[in-house]
Design a protein around this ligand. Sequence first.
Ligand code: HEM
Length: 149
Amino acid sequence: MAKTIMLLHVLFATIWLGGSIYTESLLAGANRSGSPKEAMRTLSSVVRTNDRLFGAAGAGTVVFGFWLVIVTTWEFEMGWVAGGLVLALVAIALAIAFVKPKGQAFNDLIGERGLDDPEVLALGKQLQMALHAQTGILFVALLLMVYKP
Ligand code: HEM
């Protein structure tokens, strides 16, 4: 039973962090193309897909992480468990409070003004910063999970 919960926890975490790293590399490639329109087009589709995929991945990681703590001898008071939980919740809060609404505003603005409007580019920069932060937060959580300091 605990093995299956672990499998599901790690599977959701892999989709979340792996998806985040894949997003970084797609955007890095689009930014390197030298065309701001290309970069904003990529960001526009990434923002929509991430919203759906990462919502499920984040929820699955936390639910099965909680469940693991309940069925094993690990405890919520342990630094690495508490730290992982706080980081996962910060990543989810960032997605709900910032990436989701700003991503919607970004896509609406592209519809109204086009891909190379200065406001679209500025919003795109903010969204990319938030995505970097998310990748960093999830990577630190992975370190806590593996090294259990
Ligand atoms: C935020 C992103 C997270 C990532 C990337 C992640 C990743 C992982 C990975 C890779 C493992 C396997 C480690 C090993 O076998 O040594 C693991 C185990 C575990 N995780 Fe997470 N995790 C995350 C969040 C959480 C949260 C929020 C909780 C608790 C609420 C949690 C609780 C646990 C527990 C209890 C284990 C079992 C450790 C063991 O039995 O060896 N994790 N996690």
